[in-house]
Design a binder for this molecule. Structure first.
Ligand SMILES: [Zn+2]
Length: 420
């Protein structure tokens, strides 16, 4: 029999004591096979079947609410998944069956239409949280690398017109709360309480339903761009080059020159392509953690505070100004970042294109071996971004010790004024 699918007209509070969801599919995180693990169900049309808190699409769930409020989207709509299957299969890898290795995404998220076919046919609203597709990229910096002879076209990874062939993967967050709490070294109860309170009480089930262990948090997704054959991921005999990049819209997209984000991103792409052309595999994991996860408004406030302070923008006070506005220097907490690497089956990284110790430490701590750390070539750093770059190097980010400025030399590193 088809399960009840139409949303009720009256509002049923998720925390209502009558909502004892006996029908909720059992979840066994990290189980040996998908059947045993069970599907993640965040259905809003069949609330009795839910075994997750929150809803799909991360932060975009709010737009779905708008569409529905405006009468543009029928509440009973379920995705038709015909022809949406991944273009390449990723996994399963041994790490998928370790409940501690992956706690912030659903390893089976790309395969739900396949592995939970029976459940979907039976009426369960199981949705993909990962999608895998193919694309061509055209990037001016890669054109430049070709023109300057640093990269060659090979008709395979880089086509004659400069197009770069990639596999791209979009991953929505799926948090297994006991695992996330363990990563941060806090009690699950404390984590739930903090999530509930700091979102203005957005998800009462965090408090009322300790039996629901999975949260689909309303935050941004992660994208992976893979250069070369994705089957090489995790193979010991294949060179791996990787950049884990945190979003910076101003630089990545608009070319704003106060930071090194886009130069670092395109440098990572170039290194990834080079490895793929040499028979290995390269990839960029791109995390929506704008402005060190402080958000773009805070970031722009900090820019103003940096440039207006006495003496102007200076490498010596770079981190301090962020802390004054945001309360912390950085809110990215790289603890969950390696999950995606484990999902890809990565066991070692030959070349890690990053200067961040937080990222390096998190990757190594998660059991992935890093052989070499790759610094950004100096000529790729924009002039105004030298404040950020020198501040980071002085704070201990990975860099050639000969290039690290201290004391007076550090104080001399200045950025443009606000109106310059
Ligand atoms: Zn940036």
């Amino acid at each position: 029999m088809e399960r009840h699918q139409v949303r009720k007209t009256h509002i049923v509070l998720t925390s209502h004591p009558h909502r004892i969801f006996k029908e909720s599919p059992v979840l066994e995180w990290g189980a040996k096979n998908p059947g045993k693990r069970g599907p993640i169900v965040a259905s809003l049309t069949d609330k009795s079947a839910r075994n997750a808190i929150g809803s799909h699409s991360g932060s975009y769930t709010v737009y779905r609410a708008l569409a529905m409020a405006a009468g543009k989207l029928p509440p009973e709509h379920k995705p038709d998944l015909t022809n949406t299957a991944p273009t390449v299969r990723i996994g399963p890898h041994a790490s998928w069956f370790d409940p501690t290795k992956i706690v912030s995404l659903d390893p089976w998220g790309a395969e739900v239409a396949n592995v939970f076919r029976k459940e979907i046919k039976g009426g369960l609203d199981v949705r993909p949280s990962i999608a895998v597709t193919q694309a061509h990229l055209h990037i001016p910096e890669i054109d430049d690398a070709i023109a300057k002879g640093r990269l060659k076209t090979d008709g395979k990874v880089v086509l004659a017109n400069g197009d770069v062939v990639v596999t791209k993967v979009a991953i929505e967050p799926v948090w297994y709360l006991p695992g996330v709490a363990a990563r941060f070294g806090v009690e699950e109860k404390e984590l739930r309480k903090s999530l509930f309170e700091e979102t203005g009480g957005m998800f009462p089930e965090l408090i009322t339903r300790p039996d629901l262990k999975v949260l689909l948090p309303p935050i941004g997704s992660t994208t992976v761009y893979i250069f070369g054959n994705p089957d090489f991921l995790g193979r010991k005999d294949k060179e791996h080059t990787c950049r884990v990049h945190d979003e910076c819209n101003g630089s990545d997209v608009f070319g704003s020159d106060i930071c090194t984000c886009r130069p670092y991103l395109t440098h990572g792409i170039e290194e990834g392509i080079r490895t793929a052309q040499n028979g290995g595999v390269g990839f960029i994991a791109y995390y929506r953690k704008e402005g060190r996860s402080l958000g773009e408004v805070t970031k722009f406030l900090v820019y103003n505070a940096r440039k207006r302070q006495k003496g102007g923008d200076s490498a010596a006070t770079y981190f301090h100004r962020t802390e004054c506005v945001a309360g912390v220097q950085d809110m990215r907490f790289q603890e969950l970042m390696p999950d995606i690497l484990h999902w890809l089956g990565v066991k070692k990284i030959d070349n890690l294109v990053s200067m961040s110790n937080m990222k390096y430490d998190a990757i190594v701590r998660s059991g992935i071996k890093v052989t070499r750390r790759v610094q950004i070539p100096e000529e790729l750093v924009p002039q105004d971004a030298s404040v950020e770059m020198e501040a980071k190097k002085a704070a201990g980010y990975f860099a050639d010790p000969k290039q690290v400025k201290r004391g007076k030399a550090l104080k001399k590193v200045r950025g443009r004024g606000l109106n310059e």
